[in-house]
Design a protein around this ligand. Structure first.
Ligand code: SF4
Length: 498
């Protein structure tokens, strides 16, 4: 396409009002219709296939774009630029810095005029031109938030490369990508696609530590840093090694990730990334090595996908399974635990809890059901555990209220609701995701945090007694009238008996 026609491309005439009727608090249908009308029909169709919605449109998670933003902010020499409403960008940058981003987030502001005239696209292009300094960056990622996506701001028309710096433009609208966990996949998938195309065209940069001598297993999904090390010990007797974890921390790792023997979808929502591995001719295996049964099945599946002789797979199992069994029996969990979250690893956590001895009567995940969650779903259902995909906050809280567990694992509002009922509760993201899950280390570590929380019930009971009534009835909300002094009758004089 000529430069002139590229300039003409972004002129859109179906913009949505940047101030009214848009955003995550309403207007999703309007924005969706506008996006379809402005040329994003195919994009939204692909998102609907990759991240199918459930009984309700969108679980209550943070702005989905945060997932993609965070993935980019954690990569070396990568600049992140947002195009969207000021309030969205404020929230996203605030959250990024809350989670320790330690670098600036670029922002291209707009108003109704620049949106309607197509000037926003030109502004984005100018921003990218200014940023594209190969001394500082390998990659610049531009993210269209809700309103620019709905208006069809065509980031696909940005140059693919400037001064040797790769340019990626992606749309991550809240009305098309349901959760921030899936938005991580949107960017990871776009990066894998770009890297795959580069690798197909010629030699690419080797991994920082050189290529592995053994065939590798790429790990899809963010995990605790010790987990890939533990997985490496499990794979070693099979002659395999762990490959990079996707999302990666630098661009060159993407080539190493694609150069694997098999990709392991540890988190099952990485649909776009899995598609790239499929196109690179690599099989994708679901589930993860959690607990004894999970580890045995996962090693079998990896061995089968890599064509490893069963004797070698059995050797790997014989080496690791007794250690996991020992860790599980040495740290049993006795109690009833509900699990809910929006990270994608909820089913794995539930499996490990059950193998540790816990009774798990409910699992809710904000993520959708994918081919890579099937094995864990079947395992849980065979034990009578109900699993809700695309679970809403109301569903998660209703489960806690109805089942009255000894411990509730969930997102912030679920934890808050549980604590109000004096039920001990743990934040999934901060306290469960931030520790190992795989192998013997996972078994021991999870039991430690769960058992400590279970033992704290008396504190919740005491706190509830102390705060009883606070924040309810006349002690909450806003008074619509000034308080009125009520005359209190003087106490009757005490009449002493004669
Ligand atoms: S970009 Fe995020 S915060 Fe802004 S309207 Fe969309 S979903 Fe909401």
């Amino acid at each position: 396409m000529s430069e002139q026609s590229e300039r003409e491309g972004p002129i859109v005439d179906r913009s949505v009002d940047a101030g009214e009727g848009g955003g995550c608090h309403g207007g999703a249908e309007t924005l969706h219709a506008a996006a379809v009308a402005s040329g994003n029909r195919e994009l939204l169709k692909r998102y609907a296939e990759d991240y199918p919605k459930g009984p309700h449109d969108q679980p209550q998670t943070m702005c989905p774009a945060f997932g993609a933003l965070r993935v980019g902010l954690r990569m070396r020499r990568t600049a992140m630029v947002l195009a969207g409403s000021g309030c969205c960008v404020y929230g996203l940058t605030f959250t990024s810095h809350f989670y320790g981003a330690r670098r600036s987030v670029g922002y291209v502001p707009f108003d109704s005029e620049s949106l309607v005239s197509g000037a926003l696209f030109e502004d984005v292009r100018e921003a990218v031109l200014k940023l594209a300094d190969p001394d500082h960056y390998d990659t610049i990622v531009v993210i269209n938030l809700c309103v620019p996506t709905a208006s069809g701001v065509p980031l696909r028309l940005l140059p693919k490369e400037l001064n040797g710096v790769r340019i990626l433009g992606i749309d991550v609208p809240g009305f098309g990508v349901p959760t921030h966990a899936e938005a991580k996949d949107v960017l990871a998938g776009a990066m894998l696609q770009y890297a795959r195309t580069e690798a197909e065209q010629g030699p690419v940069q080797a991994p920082r530590g050189g290529r592995s001598e053994r065939p590798t297993v790429t790990l899809l999904g963010e995990m605790f840093p010790a987990d890939p090390v533990g997985i490496g010990m499990m794979l070693e007797p099979m002659g395999l090694a762990p490959g990079p974890v996707v999302p990666t921390r630098e661009w060159r790792e993407l080539y190493g990730a694609l150069d694997c023997r098999v990709a392991a979808a540890i988190h099952p929502q990485y649909t776009a990334s899995a598609r790239e591995f499929g196109l690179a001719g690599r099989p994708v295996v679901g589930s993860a090595p959690v607990g004894c049964e999970g580890t045995a099945s996962w090693l079998d599946a990896i061995g089968a996908a890599c064509g490893i002789a069963q004797a070698k797979v059995d050797l790997a199992k014989n080496k690791i399974l007794p250690a996991i069994a020992g860790a599980l029996s040495g740290s049993p969990i006795k109690g009833r635990v509900t699990v809910s979250g929006y990270e994608g690893s909820e089913l794995l956590v539930a499996r490990l809890l059950i193998e540790s001895g816990a009774d798990v009567p409910y699992v809710g995940t904000a993520c959708g059901r994918t081919p890579w969650s099937e094995a864990d779903l079947a395992w849980l259902e065979s034990r009578g555990v109900p699993v809700a995909f695309r679970a809403s906050l109301e569903q998660d809280i209703a489960a806690v209220k109805a089942l009255e567990p000894d411990l509730a694992i969930g997102t912030t509002p679920v934890v808050q609701a549980a604590k109000e009922m004096s039920i001990p509760a743990l934040y999934f993201t901060n306290l469960i995701s931030a520790r190992p899950l795989m192998g013997p280390a996972g078994a021991g570590s999870l039991a430690q945090v769960i058992n400590t929380a279970l033992a704290n019930r008396h504190r919740f009971t005491a706190m509830r007694g102390f705060f009883e009534g606070v924040g309810a009835g006349e002690t909450c909300g806003i008074w619509d009238q000034p308080p009125v002094s009520v005359a209190v009758p003087a106490p009757s004089p005490v009449v002493k008996p004669l």
